[in-house]
Design a protein around this ligand. Structure first.
Ligand code: HEM
Length: 414
């Protein structure tokens, strides 16, 4: 079947990026799955209800294999999909997926116990960033995305993997276009630079291993038949990009949600023990990853009353599932006391986010430290909110706020 089609009912364009929820509300009301068009006009099947989203995330009849999905696009349109760095566990099926995932899991780096040991380091990094932010805040509004939400995860994953501090910004400059760039030459440059950076870093770890995740993975790759050089590059790229590009949205969207709901912000200040449930609610209410990665039907399937033929693209809208009123009462309301843990923000099934324990701890600490540092956080009314140009990621371009503590206020009103 031709993937380019005009029968699609909706196009996921700029309006959708600013506000996906109105479309999701309409679509959920009329059925669990709908044909829509994306990017260059390809038709995909968008899944918007919770129960079907969960079943399809578990469904082995959907493939995530990078070569099969890339083959659905012309070479000019396939963009990052054809690059070897994307040939990683997120874009693979069993048995490769199982083998690759097991290799990282075996290092234990992302277990809840290992992550708990990072708490004090993460808090230290947050506090250091907040020191700088407090100084900047005396001169006017501060953008909490660039100074805090983006900076914290970059430093944390850098520490965990063992990326030297001086290389972190270089990585960041090239990771962002890999995830969001549409321009082919920008993508090619980012890919070449990243491959060179990763190759050099891996050579350094091979020569001089230390107690970090990258050294552990390099050690695994030295054992024959475990992990090829290309697989190692792709794995490290995945960990860096997942670490850089997602948690920023949890922190940014979470802070925005609180600032826009002063009653919830007050409740959290009055009872900081609510932080873990608040973070689950941020993940549900404004999910950092809007849609899961593309999947491909390997056979004819039926979703609700809709027949989807073999070799069709399926896009599971995690944010839509997380606002399905069949699953969550008053789903469009932020309620930091609800039990939101069954949200699908980290996916579900075999590809369930490996970094979820780390992301949760980062989110908790980022919000808790910010609130304990500043008594007043208000949006800078002069700057309209803008979301990054991506269907998959739900994140703010910037979040300008005014910050002050009681101390500062009393000094200035005296
Ligand atoms: C709030 C932050 C995060 C969110 C919302 C998030 C969300 C997700 C989602 C939805 C998936 C599955 C995608 C799919 O099935 O198509 C996923 C997979 C993955 N995530 Fe995360 N993630 C976050 C942070 C992290 C961090 C910090 C890391 C580690 C550095 C990480 C590593 C991974 C990896 C390795 C996979 C692939 C797992 C697999 O294919 O088996 N994530 N993430």
């Amino acid at each position: 079947m031709d993937p380019k089609t005009s029968d699609a009912s909706a196009r996921l364009g700029r309006d959708f990026i600013q506000d996906p929820y109105s479309l999701y509300l309409r679509l959920r009301a009329s059925g669990p799955v709908h044909p829509v068009t994306i990017f260059h006009g390809e038709r995909v099947w968008l899944v918007t209800r919770y129960s079907e989203a969960m079943s399809l995330l578990l469904d082995r009849r959907l493939s995530k294999s990078q070569p099969s999905i890339a083959a659905r696009f012309t070479s000019a349109e396939a963009g990052p999909m054809t690059l070897p760095l994307f040939n990683n566990m997120l874009f693979s099926d069993p048995p490769d997926h199982t083998r690759l995932r097991r290799l990282v899991s075996a290092t234990g780096a992302f277990s809840a116990t290992a992550v708990a040991q990072w708490r004090s380091k993460i808090a230290w990094i947050a506090d250091e960033l907040l020191d700088g932010i407090a100084r900047e805040a005396q001169n006017g509004p501060v953008d909490l995305v660039s100074t805090y939400a983006a900076e914290l995860p970059v430093r944390v994953i850098g520490e965990l993997l063992g990326v030297p501090a001086r290389q972190r910004n270089e990585f960041r400059a090239h990771v962002a276009p890999m995830v969001t760039a549409i321009d082919a030459s920008e993508l090619a440059t980012a890919n070449a630079e990243l491959t060179a950076l990763l190759t050099r870093l891996i050579a350094q770890k091979r020569q001089k291993p230390s107690r970090d995740l990258l050294s552990a993975l390099v050690a695994v790759s030295s054992r024959k038949d475990h992990l090829s050089h290309d697989e190692l590059l792709a794995m490290v790229f995945l960990l860096i990009s997942a670490g850089y590009e997602t948690t920023v949205n949890l922190v940014g969207n979470g802070i925005l949600a609180l600032v826009q709901h002063p009653d919830q912000l007050r409740m959290l200040r009055d009872d900081p023990a609510l932080i873990p449930t608040a973070v689950e609610e941020f993940l549900r209410y404004e999910s950092p990853v809007n849609t899961a990665t593309l999947r491909l039907t390997t056979t004819d399937i039926t979703v609700g009353d809709t027949a989807i033929p073999e070799n069709e693209l399926v896009l599971i809208a995690l944010s839509a599932a997380n606002r399905d009123d069949r699953q969550f009462s008053a789903p469009d309301a932020l309620n930091i006391t609800r039990d939101a843990r069954r949200h699908l923000a980290f996916g579900y099934g075999a590809h369930y986010c490996l970094g979820a324990p780390l992301a949760r701890v980062e989110g908790e600490i980022a919000v808790a430290r910010l609130l304990s540092r500043f008594d007043f956080i208000t949006l800078d009314g002069d700057t309209p909110l803008r979301y990054r140009d991506s269907i998959m990621m739900r994140g703010l371009v910037d979040l300008p706020v005014h910050l002050s503590d009681r101390h500062f206020n009393s000094r200035h009103s005296a």
